[in-house]
Design a protein around this ligand. Structure first.
Ligand code: GAR
Length: 200
């Protein structure tokens, strides 16, 4: 049976769509088992419906984090999901969820971590004045944007960049390296040594 990805998103879903295109074209040898959003109106969820993928949403308002995450985990497990990809999922995951999918959750972040974790990473890079930023795919642990790193790609910051222009160039790299990292993870030829992900 092919590996089954669960994709978690909160908004636009362009990273989800790039992954979905690679699954459909056979570049990624896996299935998308479920697409979940904490936002019922997320455009990414509408795209998942158009792709005919199993998808759904649980609004998070008023639900305690651990309880909410256990409902999400149940939904994923019911759909046979064994790998989780966060694709613009703007929620901090509970420790319980992380340990349920231990070392099987990936996230994409629009900076060269450990620089500029958290929200508005492109704005942070621009206002800090760095000359190079980029994106990072990393395993998810219990701390924010800080698990072992699989892949990174550097993007130069230009003098005339705005948050929008910089974000757009980073996004091109996000779409490329996320599927590359998923393919690597699914091949399984790596080991995690401390914070380092080493090719085997
Ligand atoms: C992407 O730039 C992703 O790296 C970022 O949200 C955007 C989602 O775009 N994620 C984070 O900042 C996580 N800390 P998308 O919905 O079009 O994939």
């Amino acid at each position: 049976m092919k590996p089954r990805l669960g994709i978690l998103l909160s908004g636009r879903g362009s990273n989800f769509e790039a992954i979905a295109q690679n699954v459909l074209s056979g570049n990624l040898d896996c299935e998308i088992g479920f697409v979940f959003s904490n936002k019922p109106n997320a455009p990414g969820l509408a795209r998942a419906r158009e792709f005919g993928l199993p998808c759904g949403s649980i609004p998070s308002a008023g639900i305690e984090r651990t309880l909410f995450d256990s409902q999400v985990a149940d939904l994923l497990i019911d759909h046979g999901v064994n790998w989780v990809c966060l694709a613009g999922y703007m929620r901090f995951l509970s420790g319980q969820f992380v340990s349920q999918f231990s070392n099987r959750i990936l996230n994409i972040h629009p900076s060269l971590l450990p620089a500029f974790p958290g929200l508005d990473a492109q704005y942070q890079a621009l206002t800090h004045g760095v000359k190079i930023t980029g994106c990072t795919v990393h395993f998810v642990n219990e701390d924010l944007d800080s698990g072992p790193i699989l892949l990174q790609s550097a993007v130069p910051v230009l003098d005339n960049d705005t948050v929008e222009s910089l974000s757009a160039r980073i996004l091109v790299e996000e779409h490329r390296i996320y599927s590359e990292a998923i393919a690597w993870m699914l091949r399984g030829n790596y080991r995690i040594e401390g914070r380092r992900v080493i090719q085997t």
